[in-house]
Design a protein. Sequence first.
Length: 188
Amino acid sequence: MTGPGKNPDDAAEVIHEQRRECLCKLTKFVGAAGVAAAMWPLVAALGPDEQTQADGEPMDIPLGNVAPGETLRRVWRGKLVFIRHRTEQEIKLANALDGVSRIQPQADAQRVKPGHEQWLVVYGYCPHAGCIPNEQTGEKSGWLCPCHGSEFDLSGRVTRGPAEENMAIPDYAFHPDGQTLRIGVKDV
Ligand code: FES
């Protein structure tokens, strides 16, 4: 069953629209009052919304065809969600980086579900001002925010830049078959 979240094919369009909105707002705010004053309204407008999350219908996402190293982008209740199928090597790297980020220290194990460590599920927004980070490959695997350069590892933890929080995690759970992710619930 798939809930009433937007069609997966709409994800690219949502990313495009929200990137454009974010950049327009940033430009306007920065010109008027400086970066610091601009950040809070944007976070409120583009970041995860607890009310929406609580009221939203869950969305089921089949995972069977998602290869290791691939990231799905889905839109749930108007918010972009990244679902990363991490490789064995990426999981090891994420664990090796525990304690490296001093900005919001969190172990990788706190950011994934036990028994499903290969799946990282995060909202697709930079906590600094709500821009959509770009995926990075190679040595710096993770995400890089194009707005002010915050960097996030493959656990979604901020490692550099002005962001002061890790990428937010929506409520989600796995179907007992392990092949379906349900966003918007704490348990299945
Ligand atoms: S929005 Fe400023 S670093 Fe991402």
